[in-house]
Design a protein around this ligand. Structure first.
Ligand code: ADP
Ligand code: MG
Length: 256
């Protein structure tokens, strides 16, 4: 249920690592309740862009705002300054991040993985956090795994836990960086099903993916990145079926 409200506003973002210009002026607006799929060749800057959104990367130029609030910076005395670390951490709780390789806490049970941040960061009462965690596990189809340790789960189950853990912080937007790339092919579907369910319920998401069929079905907007810029963006049928740019066509021909 997309609305016209912009939830994530990325403007003129530049980022270099030494001499390597990885983001070279990225502009992207993500409407509240919409799903944006980001495609592009390896090394095109997709992960760096997601990391820039929650200020895991500092920007060289440009800005990112989430729900109208500048991330990582603020205006002070008419100048843009870095926010104190504590504020950045607070801002990050509103931006869920799901990594390719899950990154669950191995020494905590599944339930504890979901309870840790709401209690530690949001100061929720433990009982409230546990009740919410159980709801979320139910939502991703893992009610029976609450007391298991991550290593006992399949990759697909671990990734569903990671998604539930991100949701436990009630984020305004969920960023997913190739959430199915580390999975055996037969486990991809169960993770995509969870993401599809979130999309249907209006969760704002930016998902980097190579799953073209999934992007076509679930995304409101498909973005093609190459060389640190957005080469093309639009509705799935436009970008995937009638790409305007030669670079997009060449990429799609290779991944299909
Ligand atoms: P993608 O996710 O599209 O594959 P990335 O954003 O991960 O691309 O990386 C883009 C480029 O930036 C790559 O060449 C990568 O090696 C480089 N890069 C990413 N992070 C760093 C870093 N912390 N230091 C140096 N180079 C980096
Ligand atoms: Mg990447």
């Amino acid at each position: 249920m997309p609305t016209d409200d912009v939830m994530v506003d990325i403007r003129g973002v530049h980022k270099s690592f030494g001499p390597l210009a990885v983001l070279r002026g990225v502009d992207l607006q993500v409407a509240a309740g919409s799903v944006t799929a980001v495609l592009g060749p390896s090394g095109s800057g997709k992960s760096t862009l997601l990391r820039a959104v929650n200020h895991l990367e500092k920007l060289d130029r440009g800005f990112v705002a989430v729900d109208g609030e500048l991330i990582g910076y603020r205006y002070q005395g008419g100048r843009l300054r870095e926010r104190p670390e504590r504020e950045v951490l607070r801002q990050r709780t509103g931006i869920g991040f799901v990594f390719q390789d899950f990154n669950l806490f191995p020494h905590l049970t599944v339930l504890e993985n979901l309870v840790e941040a709401p209690v530690g960061v949001l100061r929720r009462p433990r009982a409230t956090a546990r009740a919410r965690a159980r709801e979320l596990l139910d939502r991703v189809g893992l009610s029976d795994k609450a007391d298991a340790y991550p290593r006992r789960l399949s990759g697909g189950q671990q990734q569903r836990v990671a998604i539930a853990r991100a949701l436990a912080l009630e984020p305004k937007v969920l960023l997913l960086d190739e959430p199915t790339s580390a999975l055996d092919p037969e486990l991809v579907g169960e993770v995509l099903d969870v993401i599809r369910d979130l999309a249907d319920s209006g969760t704002t998401m930016i998902v980097v993916t190579h799953e073209i069929g999934f992007a076509r079905e679930v995304a409101d907007t498909v973005v093609f990145m190459d060389g640190g810029v957005v080469v093309e963006q639009g509705p799935p049928d436009q970008v995937l079926d009638n790409p305007r740019q030669e670079r997009t066509r060449a990429f799609l021909a290779k991944v299909r």
